[in-house]
Design a protein around this ligand. Sequence first.
Ligand code: GDP
Length: 330
Amino acid sequence: MRFHKTNLSLEQYKSGLNAGDRLILSKAITLCESQLPEDELLASLLIEETLGQSEHSFRIGITGIPGVGKSTFIEAFGLYLIQQGHKVAVLSVDPTSSLNHGSILGDKTRMNELSLNRNAYIRPSPAGKQLGGIAEKTRENILLCEAAGFNVILIETVGVGQSETAVKHLSDFMILLMISGAGDELQGIKRGLMELADMVLINKSDGNNLKASKQTKTLIKQALHYFPANTNQWEIPVETISSIDQTGIDNVWKLIERYQKITKANHYFESNRNKQNLKWFQEGLSNQILRLFLKDPTLQAQKAEIESAIVQETLSVKSGIQQLMQSFKK
Ligand code: GDP
């Protein structure tokens, strides 16, 4: 069967993904990111087809302040993984991309060599204003990449807002990139960013920076002692690397392989994914209900009236909600 606006059938998408065709993968992602109601059915049939194809993939979230070296690291790490026989997809969650200033993650030439490699696939962040919507789409993009045979998924985000928490819920493992001398506060030691990390890497540990990096490593290790113990029998490693000199990159993957072994043996990997799936279901459902709600002009008008009554204190928040819910149920 053929669908409006797309020139591919479900079968063509399916066989393209099965063959690992990157062009078809791009088209499939575009279809699933489409806001057009007429694309919705085909998109959900396609996502349905991805079921059961994620078991052997590993999803790695990568965060850190702008300039810490995320794209340089991903280029080095991605190429290393490809040398080891993996297929690497790079996705990003970047809510800033919908602001007029353009994307923090996308406004420079990034990952040149990796983007040219046929065993790599790089896709910028889905457009959107709401982090929830962007994350929802990114999740579908992960599934599509996995269906196309990409077994290591790198999900990049800037460590400046809520997006790293969203990425944590999309990932099996989270890497926090840091550098020496950038300030603890800024880099998230006190902001809870470190609580999300399964591994901390001190990047730019090269040249004159090496000594300072080693000191930072010791400090971060000490700081981690004050964090609650993990439930997955994993002790968070802190390592120095240089993405430019490509030192320590092989060790990063060795440690991740160890993590996979431990968390697959103790079933944390599986139960974490199950939890994430249910979370995505609940969040997706809430988002849909909210969209349905916000689409109705009568409800919108009533909502605006109720909001002004709440501000003027002529109506309580509780009654305001009740009134709107009654109209919604009608
Ligand atoms: P992002 O904003 O986190 O993606 O950071 P980039 O990857 O764009 O890197 C920011 C700057 O740091 C660039 O000028 C890189 O060349 C530089 N950089 C990245 N990794 C390293 C490294 O390991 N060592 C050194 N010396 N510089 C690096």
